[in-house]
Design a binder for this molecule. Structure first.
Ligand SMILES: Cc1cc2nc3c(=O)[nH]c(=O)nc-3n(C[C@H](O)[C@H](O)[C@H](O)COP(=O)(O)O)c2cc1C
Length: 245
């Protein structure tokens, strides 16, 4: 069953503008195909603690904070999803603090392009400024996670529940859902792009240079996944295609 994972980093949860915009796209996907399952998470109902900067995720491959919050569950849902949606309101010309906290809990995944092979969409809303900055940042995070960004959705609004042009936003969201549907179902396979190749090149160099030191957990993943033998991200995608299941 195709499953879409969405994390929307607004403290307003399901009342938020960014949530509303993402939901317009997800509703259209569900309308097109009732086999598509959409899961939306927000900081309003899931707890994500701050990263403590202990490096355990990168050296040993686990996060001590996972015992105390919902991050392990969120990671599992992301791994099992076929499509990823990451959304944030613009706060001070950047993503919200909640969204940044979510990313801060993923360093080992950002070093291992853990979601390689999946496609995704970024979503952002703002009262006026910062939309390109936030879309760009979310896109960089997607590529670092190994996710190919196949679309972006943005709109303008103020207080929760007040998108300035809800009809225009709905039209954009529905058009994007139609455009990405074949990625959600897996009919259309992900291909590499310049961002994914850039991240792969930088990460490979970083992991090889660090050796068995502070990134030992990340090196283990690269070794076991066979990524060290890959010369580019296109090779990683080929390798993943040959995996059973
Ligand atoms: C703390 C805070 C900071 C904000 N910073 C900006 C900003 O830098 N530029 C801007 O145009 N709008 C800014 N806004 C407005 C929000 O981006 C806008 O209202 C957005 O739609 C909120 O999304 P949400 O309802 O999903 O949380 C800010 C709002 C808040 C609450």
């Amino acid at each position: 069953m195709p499953t879409v994972f969405a994390y929307i980093g607004s403290p307003h949860g399901s009342r938020s503008n960014t949530y509303a915009l993402a939901k317009m796209m997800l509703d259209r996907l569900a309308e097109k195909d009732d086999a598509v399952r959409c899961e939306i998470f927000t900081p309003a109902e899931t707890a994500v603690r701050y990263c403590r900067g202990c490096w355990t995720c990168m050296t040993k491959g686990f996060c001590p904070q996972d015992e105390h919050d919902d991050m392990a569950m969120l990671r599992e849902r992301m791994e099992n999803a076929s499509f990823i949606v990451l959304g944030s309101p613009v706060y001070a010309i950047n993503v919200s603090g909640q969204m940044k906290t979510f990313f801060d809990r993923l360093p080992a995944w950002l070093h291992t392009m853990r979601l390689a092979g999946k496609a995704g969409v970024t979503v952002a809303t703002t009262a006026g400024s910062g939309l390109p900055e936030v879309q760009n940042y979310l896109g960089m995070m997607m590529a670092s996670l190994g996710v190919k960004t196949v679309g972006t959705l943005g709109s303008y609004g103020s207080l929760p529940g007040h998108l300035y042009d809800p009809d225009g936003a709905r039209n954009d969201a529905r058009a994007l859902a139609d455009a990405i549907y074949s990625y959600v179902t897996g009919e259309r396979a992900v291909t590499t792009d310049e961002y994914l190749e850039e991240v792969f090149g930088i990460m490979k160099q970083k992991i090889e240079a660090a050796g068995e030191g502070v990134l030992a957990g990340d090196l283990d993943y690269w070794t076991q996944a066979g990524y060290l033998e890959c010369s580019c991200f296109a090779d990683v995608l080929e390798k993943r295609k040959r995996l059973p299941g």
